[in-house]
Design a protein around this ligand. Structure first.
Ligand SMILES: [Zn+2]
Length: 83
C-alpha cells in the first residue's frame, strides 16, 4: 500500500507511546487511564491530547521531526497512465 501511494513506511515499536512525553521523552510512571484524554507530563509540564502526544512520540521514534507535520500530506504520486 505504501509503495502504491508513494509513502514511506517506518515501523515504530508501539510500546509506551502513550506513556512517553513527546517534549522531553520522559516515561510516565503509570499508564494514563483510557478515560483520561489529556496527557500531562510530570517532568516538563507539557500538556497535550493523549493521541497527539503518542503520535508525536511515534514520529520522533521513526526519526522524523514532528514540527510542522500537522496537516501535511506527501506529494501525490505520479498519475498512472492507462494502458
Ligand atoms: Zn515532558
Amino acid at each position: 500500500m505504501a509503495r502504491k501511494h508513494g509513502r514511506d513506511v517506518r515501523p515504530v515499536h508501539p510500546a509506551h507511546t502513550t506513556m512517553d512525553c513527546a517534549h522531553c521523552m520522559t516515561r510516565a510512571k503509570h499508564a494514563l487511564p483510557l478515560g483520561e484524554r489529556t496527557y500531562t507530563c510530570t517532568t516538563c509540564g507539557a500538556v497535550s491530547p493523549r493521541d497527539k502526544n503518542s503520535a508525536r512520540v511515534m514520529l520522533i521514534r521513526a526519526g522524523l521531526c514532528p514540527a510542522g507535520a500537522e496537516g501535511v500530506r506527501p506529494p501525490e504520486p505520479p498519475a498512472r497512465v492507462a494502458a
